[in-house]
Design a protein around this ligand. Sequence first.
Ligand code: ZN
Length: 290
Amino acid sequence: MTRQSISAARVKELEPVFKCPLCESPMRVAECKSLICCRNHTFDFSKYGYLNLSARPVSSKYTKELFEARRKIITESSLYPSLHEAIASAIKDHRGGSADSYTMADLGCGEGSHLHRIMEECGSPGITGIGLDLSKEGIIMAAKRYEDPIWIVGDLAKLPLADQSVNVVLNILSPSNYKEFKRISVQDGLVIKVVPRPGYLKELREALYDREENKRYRNDETAALFRQHFVLADVIHLSYIKELNQVELGNMVRMTPLAWSGNKARIEEYINRDSAEITVDLDILIGKNK
Ligand SMILES: [Zn+2]
């Protein structure tokens, strides 16, 4: 079986989860190669198995190089395993005794490594993962590397997912569209958003910037907005310091949009160190859709 037909078979089992990004009508899988709505808008599965359900063409500054660096930091460095464990255990705690078979969508998934790792950490074979990002480059990389989740190029502002179709929404260090998150979530569904706290990557910010306002993240407005849409069931503060080696520091700089506007000489200086400590300082907001 080709990747195209494997994906088509998986999506066929989940047809009710999808809606047409152009006309919002229900969709079905046709001939093991396309997802078609009842008004005949047709989206073919790519050879890597992902679907492009974006309603508009997109150009992104996020390059293959950035996603490659991101994947290495997420899967090979010591920076994020604690985050994945904390999210998986929050899902177990807050879903309570619910069935083991559920749908988890990472919206703004980039190259998919967070979703892949969190699904591994959750350990339940009944989880259906859906990874969605507007960046085609990110989704191609995700689909090539991780066979299990369903990968979709799609728009956060116009999610190609049906009302009340998702049990767990993940949104990790990435922009949100709460109205859409709420629409696609089942009642009592979990919406888990990870936001930076003031110390997040502060050593990197301090090395690259002079201006005070660039050196610290603030997340109070994000948290307040989140609470307007969801019942806040818990906030997990995650704070720790890890040491990254030279290769990892290089990847760190390459994966972060922070560095795009930074001073080139200072970036060079930063990534030429043998190693450096870096702070992870995050809030995991656990919301319930009431
Ligand atoms: Zn349509």
